[in-house]
Design a protein around this ligand. Structure first.
Ligand SMILES: [Zn+2]
Length: 109
């Protein structure tokens, strides 16, 4: 299944895509994904398999969720903890949702 091209996080809609310009290619560097908050874009590295791509999308969405919280303006949190938190949480959250389809169905109903 292809990733969604738009993700709405509260009142902000992010466009999700592969990098389209040399500047975006440079921005993403060696990351699987990166979010440009000023332009509301989630960029995904082209060279990743579907399982990694799924984690990358969720990883970036969690970053956008944190951006909406009071932690979103906490530079110390961002510098010290955010990446570790998102990196650690993403595969566990994805596994819980996949292992518990009734939970996902309940949460989305
Ligand atoms: Zn990250």
């Amino acid at each position: 299944m292809a990733f969604p091209r738009k993700v709405k996080v509260l009142n902000t809609t992010y466009t999700v895509s592969w990098p389209e310009t040399p500047e975006e290619e440079a921005f993403i560097e060696t990351s699987w994904g990166k979010t440009q908050f000023p332009t509301q874009r989630i960029l995904l590295h082209r060279k990743q398999l579907d399982d990694q791509l799924c984690e990358s999308v969720l990883h970036e969405v969690i970053h956008t969720c944190l951006f909406q919280t009071t932690l979103g303006t906490d530079q110390e949190f961002a510098d010290k903890y955010e990446e570790q938190l998102v990196y650690s949480l993403t595969p566990i959250l994805l596994r819980v949702l996949r292992d518990n389809p009734k939970l996902a169905e309940y949460l989305l109903s």
